[in-house]
Design a protein around this ligand. Structure first.
Ligand code: KIV
Ligand code: ZN
Length: 511
């Protein structure tokens, strides 16, 4: 019988805490809903002690997700565990995930504790978490650089204290497939009652081995695989969910594993996460990169036409990538548009469908052929609604290679206000004018432009990140005109910032 594997997704915790990947509450909720559609087993929703925003997001995910376990992270400390429980207590299937470091270097320099003290703290905190929650995961941070004998002792002790899941993290991405195979085998052979709990593995990608190490750990007996969409995460990231799941599915003959993930939701999940975090997927990325199913060379194309299996080990359809690249145009009706959306996996409410259709009509007027990539970009731009404090009414730019660029931008927030500014190029000038209207101090942290589809009339997508008080806000703008896309993205980021500042203020006055 095939071995059942549980997929633990930590996009909203390990992924979100990585630089430049932060999301607001609505965005996290949208990702959680997509993870539920993807049918992961566990969603790690956040680290509630880290900030009030994290706590609120874990609460929101717990209240809205019903078909997955929702996990909440805590150091092995009472106040962390109190917060973790506060976040997750409303979940249908709550889990507290607590961790403490077990390697000599972490215990000596970070925790300044002896191994005996660490062991005692781990046991006490698992017992503490157990008072709140039946399902408690224990992680030995930096396990792969810890002494195996110490791991055996601490794991045995926390199992006795009630832990239901034992996790072996390769926190710094240091291990190799052969070593982690040995380590997991050692744990299986030396820890009493290890077969009564779930054995998990959590690998980072510092040496590019996160997926290989996770699969090796699975071969040695780990049945919960921790990962993130697109492999986002601390530093070089975590094991990529899409690579793990498609490895297991494509090489079922070798791995003999089953999991409940609906692989046809993979592409959509990847798109959503890259769009909301502004963290683009490289073109040659396995499974979800733009070139993952593109066959450029003549020999390959010839083979594919003769028989797809010559050069394709999995089908685009298996990850939810529509093979039939139907094209819509300005004469396409609402029915054709809705049909296309549904075959791309989007089932929108009537209001969202009306809005998307209106945007589609505007786009089809500017662009002869509207392809799947355009439609997805349109829908994902609206994946999360945030109150639009400012709307772009109009802008006029005067620019050239021999003059200083000047921009006049009119924004409305009830009243219209126009400002004029000069800048180093048209986009800089437009941003300066917007700054004058908004009158809030912040910094531009990042600006990226890429085309959504091909051709001269392709839509440009701009991702802008702005920073205020150490917090990043990501804005997205889409247009066939790159200046318009930039202005929209900048205003979108500003609206997000204003919305969160407002919420933070309201939160303070509630206290
Ligand atoms: O990488 C790590 O060690 C972690 C733990 C908190 C599980 O993310
Ligand atoms: Zn991690």
């Amino acid at each position: 019988m095939a071995i059942e594997v549980r997929i633990f997704d930590t996009t909203l915790r390990d992924g979100e805490q990585s630089p430049g990947c932060s999301m607001n509450l609505q965005e996290k909720l949208e990702v959680a809903r997509q993870l539920e559609r993807l049918r992961v087993d566990v969603i790690e929703a956040g680290f509630p002690i880290a900030s009030p925003g994290d706590l609120a997001a874990v609460k929101a995910v717990s209240e809205n997700i019903h078909d997955c376990i929702v996990a909440s992270l805590a150091r092995a400390l009472p106040k962390d565990i109190d917060h973790a429980w506060e976040g997750v207590k409303a979940a249908d299937q709550p889990r507290i995930h607590t961790f403490i470091a077990t390697s000599d270097i972490h215990m000596q320099y970070k925790l300044r504790k002896s191994p005996e003290q660490v062991l005692e703290q781990a046991v006490e905190m698992v017992k503490y978490a157990k008072k709140y929650c039946a399902d408690v995961e224990f992680s030995a941070e930096d396990a792969t650089r810890s002494k195996p004998e110490f791991l055996y002792r601490i794991f045995q002790a926390v199992i006795k204290a009630g832990a239901t899941v034992i996790n072996v993290p390769d926190t710094v991405g240091y291990t190799t497939p052969w070593e982690i195979y040995e380590l997991i085998s050692g744990i299986k052979n030396n820890v009493v009652d290890i077969d009564k709990v779930e054995l998990a593995v959590h690998c980072h990608d510092d040496l590019g081995l996160a997926v290989a190490n996770t699969l090796a750990a699975y071969r040695a007996g780990a049945t919960q695989l921790e990962c993130t969409i697109n492999g986002i995460g601390e530093r070089a990231g975590n094991a990529a969910l899409e690579e793990l799941v498609m490895s297991l599915a494509t090489r079922q003959d070798y791995y003999d594993a089953t999991c409940r993930v609906d692989t046809t939701q993979i592409y959509r999940s990847s798109k959503l996460v890259s769009s909301l975090t502004g963290s683009q997927v490289q073109a040659n990325k396995s499974i979800v990169g733009a070139n993952a199913f593109a066959h450029e060379s003549g020999i390959h194309q010839h083979g594919i036409l003769a028989n797809q299996k010559t050069y394709e080990i999995m089908t685009p359809a298996s990850i939810g990538l529509a093979e039939n690249k139907m094209v819509l145009g300005k004469h396409s009706g609402r029915h054709a548009f809705e049909d296309r959306l549904s075959s791309l996996g989007y089932h929108l409410s009537k209001e969202r469908l009306d809005e998307a259709f209106n945007h589609f009509k505007v786009l089809a007027d500017k662009k002869k052929l509207v392809v799947d990539g355009d439609i997805e970009a349109l829908v994902q731009q609206k994946a999360v609604d945030i109150p639009a404090t400012y709307r772009v009414e109009r802008f006029v730019i005067n620019s050239g290679n021999t003059i200083t660029s000047t921009a006049a931008v009119t924004l409305s927030n009830g009243d219209s206000r126009e400002e004029v500014a000069t800048g180093d190029g048209p986009i800089d000038a437009a941003f300066m004018a917007i700054d004058k209207v908004v009158g809030i101090e912040f910094e531009l942290d990042d600006f990226a432009l890429h085309s959504v589809t091909e051709g001269k009339d392709a839509q440009g997508e701009v991702i802008v990140k702005i920073a205020k008080d150490g917090q990043l806000y990501t804005g997205r703008g889409l247009s066939t005109d790159v200046i318009e896309a930039s202005v929209k993205a900048y205003v979108n980021a500003i609206n997000k910032m204003i919305d969160e500042l407002k919420q933070a203020k309201e939160g303070q006055s509630d206290v």
